[in-house]
Design a protein around this ligand. Structure first.
Ligand SMILES: [Zn+2]
Length: 184
């Protein structure tokens, strides 16, 4: 019997074949600020692909992803560093980026809105209930508003960054803007 922990067949092997083809036609991009001056924050859900539903191309926009696409301290840290890099290395000044927070329907973090489920998840994973509650997206139209506010009030967020809020509907493929771009 094969022990899954020591199995030698890698699940990425099939995809590395695609990469061979990709690398043959590859044109490298220089290190430069994102051409769209946009940063996307969204969920790690494997059905959610901002390159596909927004038509983003390499070089257009950094994409930050976590469970729910929530604004966490680590997201704010990344944004602060990206802003520093844009100014220090690329000499940008004035408005730097718009951060588009995009939550989605049918999010797997939605189960965490249920108290019993959240308690069970905390016990099983060792994560704290407040940590789990902070990733919950049961009503994406409400959580994008919360997170745009959270971003605009984050002390580390540079004032040259604006934020907007959107919901991606997995059933229709459509993105709806809930909060227009605003500055801190
Ligand atoms: Zn999700």
């Amino acid at each position: 019997m094969t022990d899954p922990a020591t199995a030698t067949t890698s699940r990425i092997a099939a995809f590395l074949g695609h990469n061979e083809a990709f690398a043959r036609d590859h044109t490298p991009l220089p290190l430069a600020p994102p051409t769209a001056r946009l940063i996307v924050l969204t969920c790690l859900d494997h059905r959610v692909d901002p390159a596909a539903f927004l038509g983003l191309r390499p070089g257009d926009a950094p994409v930050l992803r976590n469970a729910g696409g929530r604004v966490t301290p680590s997201v704010v840290d990344d944004l602060a560093y990206l802003a520093f890099l844009a100014r220090r290395v690329f000499g940008l000044s004035g408005p730097l980026f718009e951060v588009a927070v995009i939550h989605h329907t049918q999010c797997g973090t939605g189960f965490l809105a249920d108290d019993a489920f959240r308690r069970e998840a905390a016990a099983a994973t060792g994560l704290s209930e407040p940590t789990l509650a902070a990733t919950e997206v049961a009503d994406p139209f409400a959580t994008v508003r919360t997170d745009v506010d959270r971003l605009l009030h984050a002390p580390l967020l540079p004032r040259e960054i604006s934020a907007s809020g959107h919901v991606y509907d997995l059933a229709t493929g459509r993105v709806t803007t809930v909060v227009d771009a605003r500055h801190p």
